[in-house]
Design a protein around this ligand. Structure first.
Ligand SMILES: [Zn+2]
Ligand SMILES: [Zn+2]
Length: 155
């Protein structure tokens, strides 16, 4: 299976190796992609574990799990990253498309990361935009970027 994060690599050679702890996320963007892939594969534990400590205290496993279970993640676009400009608090801005209860949404978020105990962690994010998408027509290209018809893909 291709990695959910959208880099055209096998999941096992991309985010899964980070999620499984075989390799470390070298950049905030890699951590962000691995967290997205963890949502896509419903790995609530990894999402919880990659919160920076101050933020982790405000999270509950159950909330993360139910959010992951209610959503199907279709596509990730990384829009920009500040990692070489702002080393203390690097940010990654992305758009993600997901499906929840038969509706499709786009969310844009600017996420902030910190380097904590020798690893990149997710500190918090500010929602830049969150919108309901008009679903494609059945014969149009799917929202996920597969180039398949919508009716044969994420419909
Ligand atoms: Zn990946
Ligand atoms: Zn699709």
């Amino acid at each position: 299976m291709l990695c959910p994060c959208g880099l055209e690599k096998e999941f096992g050679e991309c985010c899964k190796a980070i999620i499984d702890g075989e390799i470390a996320a070298k950049t905030p963007e890699q951590l962000m992609r691995s967290r997205y892939s963890a949502y896509a594969t419903k790995n609530a534990q990894y999402i919880y574990d990659t919160y920076a400590l101050p933020s982790q205290k405000q999270q509950s496993h159950d909330d993360i799990r139910s959010w992951a279970n209610e959503t199907s993640w279709l596509r990730l676009n990384v829009l920009s990253t500040s990692e070489f400009i702002n080393i203390e608090r690097p940010t990654v801005t992305f758009e993600a498309i997901y499906k929840s209860e038969d509706s499709f949404y786009s969310m844009k978020e600017k996420s902030t990361f910190v380097f904590e105990n020798n690893a990149w962690k997710y500190l918090d994010g500010s929602d830049l935009e969150h919108s309901l998408l008009t679903p494609p027509k059945r014969n149009d290209n799917c929202l996920c970027g597969s180039h398949k018809k919508f009716k044969k893909c994420c419909y």
